[in-house]
Design a protein around this ligand. Structure first.
Ligand SMILES: NC(=O)c1ccc[n+]([C@@H]2O[C@H](COP(=O)([O-])OP(=O)(O)OC[C@H]3O[C@@H](n4cnc5c(N)ncnc54)[C@H](OP(=O)(O)O)[C@@H]3O)[C@@H](O)[C@H]2O)c1
Length: 299
């Protein structure tokens, strides 16, 4: 089976490549400069030449704060580019799997967000990702949109790597404690995407299509996440770093973020029998891979 993935050096596309190889699936990454999502005319030729059975749309404009001042570029890459990809998938008569975000939600719900909750993005990034979802749904019914969140991995840029880097030179860090979400490990996203790709390429059941939430099990705040990162680092010989919880107002950013963006994985579990590992289990694997040191086994 041949899978074309957009993005070359991102967290999820890199994870897809390495897991695909291990599973004997052919994963072909296409990205800048040969395809540019902000230039839809660059997409069709390289994708069609690869003769894919499934397309996975992973690449995106992911700089949440910068998107506030680069609205048009973010819309082209996150909204119109995926729309154009969906038209190519429809022409090829193959499924499109697309990654979206928890930031399509406003964050004012008390409970966990399900797929039937109405989106209401509060940032340009969230609005453009929602536009991608809408454009894909308009272009092809043969799509699976997977909203993920708080992605981390040994690759690219992410919160885990930022915390470890800051912790090298600081003994104490202030971290936002009033935004709740579900940290999600990119290799786990890759595992789910490859499972889903294999199912939808063989099974035309409409129940397998549509919007699904895809996050690590469990929830935390950014401060809670940071504490567990430094605990795991200390277990591996890293230095102790104190995390001081602060409110969002004390750390102003150009983009507003939802206070609650916890996503329910129940639909994915029911329809695909898939659950991602708990985020603490995945974080342990990530820290081992980043530091080259496994945590000592508890007695
Ligand atoms: N990161 C998160 O916390 C998070 C949370 C929720 C949802 N998601 C979604 O999950 C997906 C994967 O995220 P990720 O963390 O793996 O992203 P990432 O590490 O930031 O990688 C993004 C990829 O997109 C590529 N890209 C950017 N602009 C492009 C363009 N104009 N044309 C073609 N490729 C372009 C980048 O290429 P270059 O490196 O060459 O620029 C990079 O390979 C995205 O759709 C994102 O919206 C991520």
């Amino acid at each position: 089976m041949r899978i074309v993935v957009t993005g070359k050096e991102g967290q999820v596309d890199t994870s897809l490549q390495s897991l695909g190889e291990a599973l004997g699936l052919e994963v072909i990454r296409v990205g800048l400069p040969e395809i540019d999502l902000s230039k839809p005319e660059t997409l069709a030729e390289p994708i069609k030449a690869a003769r894919p059975d499934v397309i996975i749309s992973s690449a995106a404009y992911t700089a949440v704060d910068k998107a506030e001042s680069e609205t048009e570029l973010a819309q082209a890459i996150n909204g119109d580019g995926p729309g154009a990809l969906a038209k190519i998938a429809a022409e090829l008569d193959i499924p499109l799997l697309h990654l979206s975000t928890d930031y399509v939600f406003a964050g004012d719900k008390d409970g966990i967000y399900t797929e039937s909750d109405a989106p209401g993005p509060v940032s340009v990034y969230g609005m453009t990702k929602l536009s991608g979802e809408t454009q894909i749904a308009a272009a092809t019914a043969n799509h699976v949109i997977l909203r993920t969140a708080w992605v981390y991995s040994p690759y690219g840029n992410n919160f885990v790597k930022t915390m470890l880097r800051l912790g090298e030179t600081r003994d104490e860090l202030n971290v936002v404690a009033d935004q709740k979400g579900c940290p999600t490990y990119a290799p786990e996203i890759a595992r789910a995407l490859l499972h889903i790709a294999q199912r939808v390429s063989k099974d035309p059941d409409p129940k397998l299509r549509g919007i699904f939430h895809l996050t690590g099990q469990g929830e935390t705040t950014w401060a809670g996440f940071a504490e567990v990162i430094f605990e795991g680092s200390a277990l591996r010989g890293g230095k102790a770093v104190k995390v001081t919880p602060i409110p969002t107002e004390a750390y102003p950013t150009p983009a507003k973020r939802p206070a609650n963006s916890r996503l329910s994985g129940e639909k994915l579990a029911e329809v695909y029998d898939l659950r991602l590992d708990p985020w603490r289990v995945s974080l342990d694997d990530c820290l081992t891979r980043l530091t080259g040191v496994a945590a000592p086994v508890k007695e």
